[in-house]
Structures are given as structure tokens and as C-alpha cells.
Design a protein around this ligand. Structure first.
Ligand code: SF4
Length: 429
């Protein structure tokens, strides 16, 4: 089969994996050797990911193969699926990556695979691609490897030496869901692998901190010591991530968010990705015929953001018994504010950072600007407007030196007013 045909098949097969944003990485030293060919700071098979700072990076996103000995019901690549199969050799993936990288099409590689022969063999192949890129070609770009949970832990350890990020998909929000839809997978093995990766990542971070402390102080001019610890000491510096399929089983948003919260806490996940289930050809009758609305995936991302950066608790966003689903029509922060009208208005000249973060329309950056500006003067409505804040969104919830919303927050039509003329909201607050 021609390489271009393989690329078409294996790039298309990889599109179902949502877990490839490369946020949180650190810059790699492209000049580490004279043959280094680039580094990351911070068409077909190319996906774009956004870092939290808004930087857009492109990755070659492919599977090594879409052959698989497993038969996960929700997966288009499952053993019993009637799709065209293809397989790259490890050197083909290496050459493709280098070729795209040299042409400036990509800044890195996202590589996943179906399970061929057995988990160890598959993991060896994935590691070999990363090893060859790093060691044979001094590749300084970003590498995200999908990890096979049942593979030998020594292979996971090797993968972390070469990759910036590792990910293991939790797949279904509950153990029961996994047993039902992917009986060959084992929830316990997945969690053990996540725990091991976390240990490696933590140890590597501690070692680097120790090494940094032992370095001579920067200000000693006579000692020309490179302060960056050697590359070998870093284990997956951009951490680990996972993906959960939404809408294949009947797990509600409360179950999904509690699970995500646990994954962040227990395994130090950098990201949990939510992937709305999409119907596949010749699907099992156990699966729904339709995808969940895409906006559900979007609301989950917004709620996830609130948990990580706005200090919300899962129980503030969803209620296991009375309201287990997020409101699809408005973002979860506005939904919370409308349920807690007694919290408002919040005085922008006196409120704490935590209180300001609760105001719909205020994000961490704007809150920081408010806190900095009010050290010098009392803020008026015009100051908020000058910060390019949406007054329509924030006015009912804040007071300023020259403004008070009166009883606006108690207005029964407030929700309708705030969502009037709104197209489905896609921005994060
Ligand atoms: S192991 Fe991965 S590739 Fe194989 S069927 Fe399951 S989800 Fe699909």
C-alpha cells in the first residue's frame, strides 16, 4: 500500500482521539546537539491544539496501525469492524514526522495505535518511534504517545524518557461502562498504570528540583554551568492526560465530573478530554443511534475549567440527585450565578479574588487587572468598560464606585435577558 494511502487511513482513524492538546509542556533545547532540528516552546493528519496561552501548535496525529485484537464496541477500529486496515512501520512514522517537521507543517507528533499481537509488542513499537526520533535524529519537537495500559511498566518508563506527554484513556466514565463496552480492558490496570506514571513524573520533578538546588548560584560568573538538567532526567515533562467518551453509556454529567475531579486529584492529570460518542458503522445495538449534542461536550469542558481554575467544587455545578446534568443553554458559571443570586452584587472595589472569579464574564486575567488597578483608585463602570469587559454580562452581578444594579439580580427575566440573541456559546467565559 502506498504511504499516502496509509496516511489517509491512519490519520482518519486517529481523529476520534480527542486527547492531543499539548498544553503545559516546557521548551526543549533544539541546540542540544549540532544536529538538533528544532524544538517547541512551551491538511491530512495534522491537528491543531491550543495551549492555555492561546498559542496554536500543529501536530501530526496518526495511528501506528488501526489493526486491533481488542473489540471495544464504541471504537471504529475494533477487531470486528469492517474498515480498511493499514499499518505504518516505525521508520515510516519517523520519516513522515521529520519530513513534515522540516517543511514546517508540524511542531510535533501525536501517536496512538490499535493493539497488535499483544500490549507489550505494541508499546515497544510506539517507544521505538519516539526513541528513534530523539536519539537517531535529535528531534526536539513535541511528542505525545498513547500508552497501552497492560504493557510492561518498563516500557512505560522508557516512553516517558522520550515523550513530552503520555496518555492513557480511561474511556468510559464508570467501571460498569468499561466492562460492558470494552470487556478486554481492565479499569484496575488502567488506574495502576496512571498511578505509576504519576510516580515517575513526580520523582523526575523532584530529582530536577534537587539537581537545581545543587547547582552553583547563577551569580557566580566564573562557573559557566548549564543550568538545565540533562534531558535523560525528565520524564514526560508535559505530564499525563486521559480521555473519556461521553454519551455512549447513560452516565450523567455529575458522574463524569466527579470522575474527572478524582483523576485530577489522584493522578495529577494535566487534562481530562471529553469526546462525544459518534455513531460508527455496524455498531452494536448496545450503543445509542445518535451522538449526544456537541454542546454537552462543550459544557463539560467549561465545567472542567471551572473546577481547575476557578475553585469550583463539582457539587456546586451539578447535583447528583436533583440536577445531575449541566444546563445546555447557558454556561455552567452563569447557571451557578443564577442559582445563587443572593451572592450578588459583588463590589469590584472590595471583593476578594475568589469572589470576583464567581462573577459571570470575569476570568482570571480580568480579575487580576481589577485587583491591580484598584490598588491605585476606586473602580467605576467606565474602568470596567475600558478593560473590554462585557457590561451586558457583568452589570447585573457587580457594583462599582458609581454603579449599583439595584434589585436587578432578583429580576425573574434576568436569564432571558442575558441569553437574548445568544448563539450557542463557544467561548470560555
Ligand atoms: S483497544 Fe483501542 S483501538 Fe483497539 S478497539 Fe479498543 S479503543 Fe479501539
Amino acid at each position: 500500500m502506498e504511504l499516502i494511502q496509509k496516511l489517509a487511513i491512519l490519520a482518519d482513524a486517529a481523529k476520534y482521539d480527542a486527547s492531543c492538546a499539548s498544553s503545559g509542556t516546557i521548551s526543549r533545547d533544539a541546540k542540544a546537539s549540532s544536529t538538533g532540528i528544532g524544538s517547541t516552546s512551551g491538511g491530512m493528519g495534522i491537528c491543531h491544539s491550543y495551549a492555555p496561552d492561546g498559542r496554536c501548535i500543529s501536530l501530526l496525529k496518526i495511528l501506528l496501525t488501526n489493526l486491533c485484537i481488542y473489540d471495544c464496541l464504541y471504537c471504529v477500529n475494533r477487531h470486528s469492524s469492517n474498515v480498511q486496515r493499514a499499518r505504518f512501520t516505525t521508520s515510516e512514522v519517523v520519516d513522515l514526522t521529520l519530513g513534515f517537521y522540516r517543511r514546517n507543517y508540524i511542531e510535533g507528533l501525536f501517536l496512538s495505535s490499535g493493539v497488535i499481537r499483544d500490549p507489550d509488542y505494541t508499546m515497544e513499537q510506539l517507544v521505538e518511534v519516539a526513541r528513534s526520533l530523539r536519539e537517531d535524529h535529535a528531534f526536539g519537537g513535541y511528542i505525545h504517545l498513547k500508552t497501552i495500559p497492560d504493557a510492561d511498566p518498563r516500557l512505560h518508563a522508557l516512553a516517558g524518557r522520550y515523550a513530552d506527554r503520555l496518555s492513557i484513556n480511561i474511556e468510559m466514565p464508570t467501571n460498569q461502562g468499561l466492562e460492558r463496552f470494552a470487556p478486554e480492558k481492565n479499569h484496575r490496570a488502567i488506574q495502576h498504570s496512571m498511578a505509576r506514571l504519576k510516580d515517575h513524573i513526580d520523582e523526575s520533578r523532584e530529582d530536577r528540583q534537587q539537581a537545581r538546588k545543587q547547582l552553583p548560584h547563577k551569580s557566580k560568573p566564573t562557573l559557566r554551568v548549564k543550568r538545565r538538567p540533562p534531558r535523560q532526567e525528565r520524564f514526560a515533562p508535559a505530564g499525563q492526560s486521559t480521555q473519556m467518551i461521553v454519551g455512549a453509556d447513560d452516565s450523567n454529567d455529575a458522574i463524569i465530573l466527579h470522575n474527572s475531579h478524582r483523576l485530577y486529584r489522584q493522578f495529577g492529570m494535566r487534562r481530562v478530554y471529553y469526546s462525544a460518542f459518534s455513531p460508527i458503522p455496524d455498531a452494536s445495538s448496545a450503543l445509542p443511534l445518535q451522538s449526544p449534542p456537541l454542546v454537552r461536550e462543550h459544557r463539560l469542558y467549561q465545567a472542567d475549567w471551572l473546577l481547575r481554575f476557578y475553585r469550583f467544587d463539582v457539587n456546586e455545578l451539578v447535583d447528583d440527585t436533583r440536577q445531575p446534568m449541566l444546563d445546555l443553554d447557558i454556561d455552567p458559571k452563569l447557571a451557578w450565578a443564577l442559582r445563587h443570586r443572593d451572592w450578588f452584587p459583588i463590589d469590584v472595589n472590595r471583593a476578594s479574588r475568589e469572589q470576583l472569579l464567581r462573577v459571570p464574564g470575569l476570568g482570571p486575567r480580568n480579575v487580576q487587572r481589577i485587583l491591580s488597578t484598584r490598588r491605585f483608585r476606586r473602580l467605576r463602570l467606565a474602568d470596567l468598560k475600558a478593560m473590554r469587559l462585557s457590561l451586558k454580562k457583568i452589570k447585573p452581578f457587580v457594583s462599582a464606585a458609581d454603579y449599583h444594579p439595584g434589585r436587578e439580580t432578583d429580576n425573574a427575566t434576568l436569564r432571558a435577558q442575558l441569553t437574548e440573541n445568544d448563539t450557542p456559546q463557544l467561548a470560555l467565559f
